[in-house]
Write a protein that binds this ligand. Structure first.
Ligand code: ADP
Length: 616
């Protein structure tokens, strides 16, 4: 499978050819940039990562002309036929959040998102239109920069603004998603750990810059918002400003809104603070004593540090800080400035390792000291490679025959508690053993006669059923609504993943104990190994499940498959989910292979691939 990838920006056009059948799959890399006086520079590299980079001048005025020039350049190097074309698209809005085959309807949808990314979507659209004209019979796929952030929870993407504005799609979307996704997977491969076990902050620091909190494989927050203007200080963009400033500027300086926007996009950031958008020039000036340049560097690093601190808190933990983008990859001193203040979290940089980073390919060196709890990794961002992989995956999926419809029984779990033996003895007396009241469908567990009170800072539940047998750690499972009754914030977690969970008080007949372990159980399907084989699923997969009837029918995304010998196939949802779907106690759910499944699949699959030796 040979895939051409277009990455059209506001001032440059990057493109690449990937042969998905070979190990170092990038076989050609090109970039038109520096459009000036009827000419631009073409940087190109024929062959894999280690091949030499070359450049030459081309007589082209605009990105549009460059787009049309791509097939000529490629045919000069012997590339004429492609199996697919992938396009990076900046903004997919609320509805386009997985790789999508481009047709007239999709182009219209992308056009409708232009207002949200006015500097980027038009260039992407031009590349898509031109490429469809050039290769009308080749499948063309749009891969959205916003897509990876589709998993950000509502508390992180909601602006506290009037509902009428929010209803118009004014919310945070996030960008650089392809880059952050690649970085997450590359880090996991480097650490030989599943991405679903890691808490990573990915720092993409280029001309545009953003941070992403990747919590166990999923983006849960990112610094760019509704537009690529929010967040960090960038080359020419301001990042975060007080929105009150806009009306002040309009009122006091008489500036129009468009002028303010233009200044914030094109004349702010490093350029405004230090006279150059290029950090190399700013660092040079700072070293020569220029106080503006020194301030610019301090403001830049401080903003990144603030976001790292915030995202460590948002995830409730941090394993890795990863740097990418021109600044993240190349500026050892910026990495040092950013990392220095995190000694209190147990982060120690190794100066020699940090300074000797020189990336030549897909490598991802670790630059933390031997005693550092947090790992620091530097890696190239390979957005184009990631796009090619997404395209490959989508087309492979298309070739599969339509999946059979599988149904699973769905049961509603009321709030309950699993206790450790130590907790049992504190709550019910020394030497107390839980007594079985009745069996449950999953034969490894049973309902105990004992109940406990669960007490939070705001409210409590009096008779919460205890499930036996005892476990190593106490775990209390409630619904999201229950957490508001208790007055605590609990994460949605698979059973047993209790790190960073909130504390509540449990009271039994003989005593009470304060314990962590309160979770909103991630919806899951217990599945027998035989059913897993039949349905083509494996432990750790995610599926969507349709439940409920008629106007109360809902699709429950991100349902975790748990396969174990002895399990009876059954989906467990909590009372909130059941209420939303109008389910009383039990029902049937229909498994659907859809985008969410594809997304989870690709994360898992890529991680396995990357953990092997596929990528050099
Ligand atoms: P884009 O977002 O346009 O892809 P890049 O990822 O290429 O941008 O990053 C460009 C930024 O990287 C510029 O600010 C440039 O100064 C910075 N940069 C590149 N090399 C170095 C270096 N050796 N030291 C410091 N900054 C560098």
């Amino acid at each position: 499978m040979k895939i051409l990838v277009y990455n059209a920006g506001s001032s440059s056009l990057k493109f690449g050819v990937f042969d998905m059948n070979i190990e170092d799959s990038r076989v050609f890399k090109g970039e038109f940039e520096g459009f000036h006086d009827g000419a631009c520079t073409l940087h190109y590299r024929m062959g894999g990562e280690q091949a030499p980079s070359l450049k030459r001048t081309e007589c082209l005025n605009t990105i549009d002309e460059a787009i049309m020039r791509v097939p000529h350049v490629l045919s000069e190097f012997g590339f004429a036929d492609f199996d697919a074309v992938g396009h990076r698209v900046a903004h997919g809005g609320q509805h386009l959040h997985s790789p999508t085959l481009i047709d007239a309807q999709v182009l219209k949808q992308i056009e409708a998102c232009t207002a949200l990314a006015p500097m980027h979507n038009p260039a992407n659209l031009k590349a898509m239109t031109a490429s469809r004209e050039l290769w009308p019979d080749v499948p063309q796929v749009a891969v959205f920069d916003t897509a990876f952030h589709h998993t950000i929870p509502d508390r992180a993407y909601t602006y506290a603004i009037p509902k009428a504005w929010r209803d118009k799609g004014v919310r945070r979307y996030g960008f650089h998603g392809t880059s952050h996704k690649y970085v997450g997977l590359r880090v996991a491969r480097e650490l030989k750990s599943p991405v679903t076990e890691l808490q990573i902050i990915s720092c993409h620091l280029g001309n545009g810059a953003s941070l992403c909190a990747i919590n166990r494989g999923f983006s849960i927050d990112t610094s760019m918002g509704m537009t690529p203007l929010e967040g960090l200080v960038m080359g020419t963009r301001s990042g975060d400003v007080d929105p009150g400033m806009l009306t002040y500027l309009a009122r006091e300086l008489g500036l129009g809104m468009e002028e303010i926007e233009r200044q914030l996009y094109a004349n702010s950031g490093l350029k405004a603070l230090a006279g150059s958008h290029d950090l190399r020039a700013v660092e040079q000036k700072a070293a020569e004593g220029d106080s503006d340049a020194q301030l610019a560097i301090n403001v830049y690093a401080y903003r990144v540090r603030k976001y790292i601190g915030a995202y460590a808190a948002a995830m409730g933990g941090l394993d890795v800080i990863a740097f990418t983008g021109g600044i993240g990859e190349n500026s050892a001193s910026m990495r040092r400035r950013i990392c220095d203040k995190f000694e209190f979290l147990g982060l120690h940089l190794d100066d020699d390792k940090n300074q000797s980073v020189k990336l030549t390919g897909f490598e991802a060196p670790q630059v933390q000291g031997f005693d550092s709890r947090i790992k620091v990794i530097v890696t190239q961002t390979c957005e184009q490679l990631m796009i090619a992989q997404e395209v490959n995956h989508l087309l492979a999926q298309r070739e599969q025959v339509a999946p059979k419809k599988w149904h699973v029984p769905v049961a509603v779990s009321a709030r309950h508690a699993h206790l450790s033996q130590q907790t049992v003895e504190t709550l019910f007396g020394k030497g107390h053993q839980l007594k079985k009241l009745r069996d449950l469908t999953q034969t490894e567990g049973w309902a105990a006669e004992e109940t406990v009170s669960v007490i939070g800072p705001k409210g409590s539940f009096k008779t919460v059923r205890v499930l036996g047998p005892t476990r190593e750690h106490t775990q209390i499972e409630v619904s999201k609504t229950d957490t508001f009754t208790l007055g605590v914030e609990a994460p949605v977690r698979p059973s047993g993943k209790l790190q960073g969970t909130p504390k509540v008080k449990l009271r039994g007949t003989a005593g009470e104990i304060e314990t962590n372990g309160l979770i909103i159980a991630a919806r899951h399907i217990h599945m027998s190994p035989a059913d897993a084989v039949r349905m083509g699923l494996k432990d750790g997969d995610y599926v969507d499940v349709k439940v409920g009837q008629g106007d109360r029918g809902v699709s429950l995304a991100n349902t975790l498959i748990r396969v174990k010998e002895g399990y009876t196939t059954e989906m467990h949802i909590d009372t909130d989910e059941a209420n939303a779907a109008g389910i009383a106690i039990q029902t049937q759910g229909e498994l659907v292979t859809n985008e969410t499944r594809g997304e989870a699949d690709i994360l898992g699959r890529k991680n396995m691939e990357l953990n092997g030796s596929k990528v050099a």
